[in-house]
Write a protein that binds this ligand. Structure first.
Ligand SMILES: CC(C)(COP(=O)(O)OP(=O)(O)OC[C@H]1O[C@@H](n2cnc3c(N)ncnc32)[C@H](O)[C@@H]1OP(=O)(O)O)[C@@H](O)C(=O)NCCC(=O)NCCS
Length: 188
């Protein structure tokens, strides 16, 4: 399951999931500096320097082998700009487990965009990478985020109380996951 064998870009009906490029900085900063977007994130709202550092890290990761942290840009094919990101963290290769994370610029929320990107990622993870388990976590107050997970078929496995501090405040976190066997099982 070598993550570097990822075949990019991944195209969906409305989106192109691809590696970040230096010239994406402005688009990334548009959502990364929005306090509404970063409200439940451990980072942000970004300064221009922090966005530049994010892009630099993404470019560095693209050059590593194996690629254990893959941050992909979500490019909106019609708009022709980067509108968000979806990340794959392959931190538990022996157990074929991946953690995903995502964010989207605010004016496009509620159109099913991250669900569409997430579906492509689950397909990649289970059908191409042969993963066993895909997980995601979110702040318990982040309804939009766990709705995405539920629409993707992830199940809530638990609530971790005060497991991390975000901007000095302890937060509670939901853990969600989906297994390969559930992905391949037809709905109904
Ligand atoms: C969470 C986020 C990724 C969702 O992306 P999106 O493309 O808007 O998601 P989708 O449109 O695919 O689905 C969102 C679902 O949540 C629902 N939803 C969104 N915000 C909600 C809210 N505040 N309360 C209740 N439901 C909400 C939507 O109605 C939709 O469900 P539906 O299709 O059943 O109506 C996006 O809002 C975002 O980037 N937020 C900021 C960053 C973030 O929090 N990332 C996740 C960190 S764990």
């Amino acid at each position: 399951m070598p993550p570097a064998e990822l075949r990019l870009p991944i195209e969906t009906e409305r989106l192109r999931l691809r590696d970040f490029r230096l010239e994406d900085a402005q688009d990334v900063h548009a959502y990364g500096s929005d306090p509404e977007v970063t409200r439940y994130m451990p980072w942000g709202p970004n300064t221009p320097e922090e966005t530049a550092a994010f892009i630099a890290r993404a470019l560095e990761q693209q050059a590593t082998w194996p690629r254990l942290d893959v941050g992909l840009a979500i490019e909106h094919r019609t708009l022709g700009v980067v509108v968000g990101s979806i990340a794959l963290h392959l931190r538990d290769i022996p157990h074929r487990t991946l953690e995903m994370g995502y964010c989207l610029r605010q004016d496009l929320w509620g159109q099913g965009i991250v669900t569409e990107a997430g579906q492509a990622l689950l397909r990649l993870g289970f059908e191409e990478l042969g993963l066993h388990r895909i997980t995601a976590t979110c702040d318990v107050r982040n309804t939009g985020s766990y709705r995405v997970m539920e629409k993707l078929g992830l199940r809530r496995e638990g609530e971790m109380r005060q497991d991390r501090q975000v901007r000095g405040v302890w937060r509670d976190t939901y853990l969600y996951a989906i297994l390969a066997e559930a992905w391949s099982r037809p709905i109904n």
